[in-house]
Design a protein around this ligand. Structure first.
Ligand code: FAD
Ligand code: SF4
Length: 514
């Protein structure tokens, strides 16, 4: 047996062409990528997510081969595909007479433990290497907040700005402020035309047919000859360039806006390219920073750039740190002890609530919703309705093209459902129709009346909002950011209070019929 044949495993979300592994071609190294049922079946995924990952993996394997690397690629329908990591790895080790196994550190706890176990059982030496993708290492939050009760994203983000000298001006924040939220977050008023989303027309028909033929249970829709998401680095870079030129100048201003006129407004839609690692977060940040001096027309102001950098340098890295600090116990957190089933319309979009219909239908069609749709529409509603957070989490993990557990679960259980009791968010993100009416045009197209608190066509968000606060008073009344709502509640006439609670009870009893 050859002494130094190396097998290197590349997972579907490790498509980082700049990784040091790929700098040198070594005939003794074989790269292994695999499409397996273990990965398609652990949750019900959107068809675009399955197809997007497989297509990007195939492009990446093609690129590796073109560079001269040895590649073994197992397609889902390959006869000798054992459909799980362990059996496939063992098989290839035998076939290729491998004497050393290497893999890149997975970002998901599930795969991290699985690969560690596989590696420990192999009869050959093995090694795990960094993906060289993130700006911080996994344990950054643990190190930074050691011994502290609260984990504030803002403190983390400022540290990162200082450490990496990003948007800093001689030790102080560029533009005189760390945070430009006050100038951002407007309702979309139509004064700036929204550019048509940058989409591609990838033909993925054979992969769609393969997935269908295999009988994989998916959700959502796909246009097989017009797959819109970037599937290789070239497309990912084009998308980044388009974002910086045409959307970044208004990114912060309309970051929280929702409109029936556009499904992505001025958002970048780069999360899939980032999470598969086709793009590096630092290159995305650099591209945004350069837009002040580059050729973008109109150029983005500091408040737009800061708003965007905060998402990548702040939120994205922070969420990952929280994930590695709190897994695996994070998965089972349920602070409010919510037990309700997820309403059926999360799978169909068939509801009279216009905001929910828009966010869910769009998610089924595009495998995408922007942050405020995820947080303040579908997430807000499931929290107010008392849906079991684990069921909500499964839905978010399946439906979005960018859903990888390390980022999805902390956003869903922490930021959106407050299931972690406040590790991530300082208060539950809940609202009545007021906020949704202020930030969107959904209410104009709705069966329900946004101003109605009780009665037949009153907006469900209104009574459910108060009902939620009353149900969880003991847990929330001391929260400094939400406590004042109890004073408003206490000032209401008892009759009004009873009507609101009665209305909420009616809606909660008929949750599936809303
Ligand atoms: P933009 O608005 O253009 O933002 C730019 C980038 O910043 C994003 O691509 C993303 O990489 C990063 N970013 C922004 N907000 C966050 C955040 N809160 N956490 C981490 N990164 C952030 N993001 C995922 O990548 N995968 C998920 O599975 C996911 N699930 C979510 C579930 C819920 C309930 C919520 C509230 C948010 C979730 N997010 C998730 C965060 C965020 O909604 C998406 O990153 C964003 O909508 C992706 O669209 P975009 O690329 O157009 O983002
Ligand atoms: Fe949503 Fe209520 Fe507005 Fe209808 S009225 S769109 S349910 S917030």
């Amino acid at each position: 047996m050859a002494q130094d044949n190396i097998l290197r495993l590349v997972l579907g979300d490790q498509l980082n062409s700049h990784h040091s592994w790929f700098r040198r071609v070594d005939p003794k190294v074989t790269y292994l990528l695999m499409e397996i049922r273990q990965e398609t079946d652990y949750v019900r995924h959107h068809i675009q997510k399955v197809v997007g990952f497989f297509t990007a993996m195939r492009s990446f394997a093609g690129w590796l081969s073109e560079c001269g690397h040895r590649v073994r690629y197992l397609r889902l329908d390959d006869e000798n595909n054992r459909q799980n990591f362990e059996d496939n790895i063992r098989q290839i080790i035998k076939e290729e007479q491998i004497s050393r196994f290497e893999y890149l550190l997975p970002d998901e706890y599930r795969l991290d433990t699985a690969l560690e176990a596989i590696a420990s059982k192999l009869q050959i030496p093995s090694e795990a290497r960094d993906t060289e993708h993130f700006i911080c290492d996994r344990n950054v939050v643990k190190k930074m907040f050691h011994g502290k009760k609260r984990f504030l994203m803002e403190s983390f983000y400022r540290n990162m700005r200082r450490k990496h000298d990003i948007l800093m001006d001689k030790g102080t924040p560029a533009g005189g402020k760390w945070n430009f939220d006050q100038s951002n977050r407007n309702r979309y008023d139509g004064s700036v035309p929204i550019p048509f989303p940058k989409v591609f027309a990838n033909n993925v028909t054979p992969i769609v047919q393969m997935v269908e033929h295999a009988g994989i249970d998916t959700i959502g829709k796909i246009q097989p000859n017009h797959f819109i998401w970037p599937v290789n680095r070239k497309q990912a870079c084009l998308m980044l360039d388009e974002f910086v030129r045409f959307r970044l100048p208004y990114f912060g201003t309309y970051q929280d806006a929702m409109t029936t006129e556009s499904w992505s407004l001025f958002h970048s839609r780069l999360s899939f390219a980032l999470n598969t690692k086709m793009l590096h977060p630092m290159e995305v940040i650099d591209a945004a920073l350069q837009s002040t001096s580059g050729g973008a027309k109109p150029r983005a102001g500091i408040e737009q750039i800061e708003g965007f950098v905060r998402q990548i340098l702040g939120w994205r890295e922070f969420m990952r740190g929280i994930y590695w600090y709190h897994m695996p116990e994070y998965e089972n957190m349920n602070f409010f002890n919510h037990k309700t089933a997820l309403p059926d319309y999360y799978w169909t979009g068939k509801t009279r609530m216009a905001c929910m219909r828009a966010a869910i239908t769009q998610s089924l069609e595009q495998a995408y919703a922007h942050h405020i749709q995820r947080l303040m529409v579908t997430g807000n509603f499931s929290l107010l309705a008392g849906v079991n957070p684990a069921r909500v989490e499964r839905w978010y993990l399946g439906i979005y093209i960018d859903a990888v557990q390390w980022v999805e679960i902390v956003n869903t259980l922490g930021m959106s459902q407050f299931a972690d009791g406040g590790i991530v968010a300082t208060k539950p993100y809940i609202s009545s129709a007021n906020y949704l009416h202020k930030m969107s045009d959904y209410c104009e197209h709705c069966y329900y009346r946004h101003a109605g608190k009780t009665g037949e066509r009153s907006c469900p968000f209104n009574s459910l909002y108060w009902d939620f606060l009353v149900r969880h008073q003991t847990l929330l009344e001391k929260n400094p950011r939400i406590g004042m709502m109890y004073r408003t509640w206490n000032r209401m006439k008892p009759d009004n209070q009873q009507s609101l609670l009665h209305q909420a009870q009616v809606y909660r009893t008929h949750l599936n019929d809303l």
